[in-house]
Write a protein that binds this ligand. Sequence first.
Ligand SMILES: O=C(O)c1ccccc1NCC(=O)[C@H](O)[C@H](O)COP(=O)(O)O
Length: 267
Amino acid sequence: MSKADILDTILERKRVEIDLLARRYTRGELETLARAAPAPRGFIRALQARLAAGGAGVIAEIKRASPSKGLIREDFDPAWLARQYESGGAACLSVLTDEKFFQGHNAFLVQARAACSLPAIRKDFLIDETQIIEARAIGADAVLLIAAALEPARLKALYDCARHWQLDVLVEIHDGEELEQVLSAGLGEGWLLGINNRNLRTFATSLDATLDLLPRLPAQLPVVTESGIGSAADVAHMRAHGVQMFLVGESLMRQERPGAALRALIA
Ligand SMILES: O=C(O)c1ccccc1NCC(=O)[C@H](O)[C@H](O)COP(=O)(O)O
């Protein structure tokens, strides 16, 4: 697969999945499932609590495979991983639910969340309200919205839908242009900005993607640095620049004991 069009390729697949979802459930049925889901755990609140205690706020990711790396972890048990991450000091979980490109599954979020007390974000490529209601139906506490995939008006509509369903939102950007788009969308409370350090054309990660944008961020806007965080030195470097929240996947998933690895990362 060409790297240049990975997001387009993924979004094309998502449109098929949205059609399949609509054949499986009416909107009313999905809403009934969402109302019956376990009450949301505060995703942003859990991160804020870590920061208030002087620690780093880590969103630890359950990620079996990726488009850039293929299979990351063969021995894959979402419930066990969730317990590892909780014992290692994670504030929240991120669970990939995309099946085709990340070998994820909705069931992984259900299993991971049930195995611990951490809030979980549904990590997927969400472009339609029904996917957000589905996220709540499977028990998600937050959703990811990717600015590169959404015009500002669609971003606002999906954010409103998420907030209606008491979901927190992580809004992901890659560059200054996307930052301006997000800031123009008129989002209220209940969201965090994520800066993804992975270049979607080359798949290369550089923490400079986050550092370069810091001077352009409005004061008080909480920021999560995402992707490519591999060492305690990376975490210390970012914290020295005022970045206190981290989304970490692959470097933990490759460890025999991801919980101990997380503890060492934020020691
Ligand atoms: O991980 C990928 O290869 C990827 C490719 C294309 C779009 C998104 C991709 N990853 C999603 C993520 O944002 C990461 O899973 C997350 O930030 C954790 O990154 P890492 O710690 O580098 O696994």
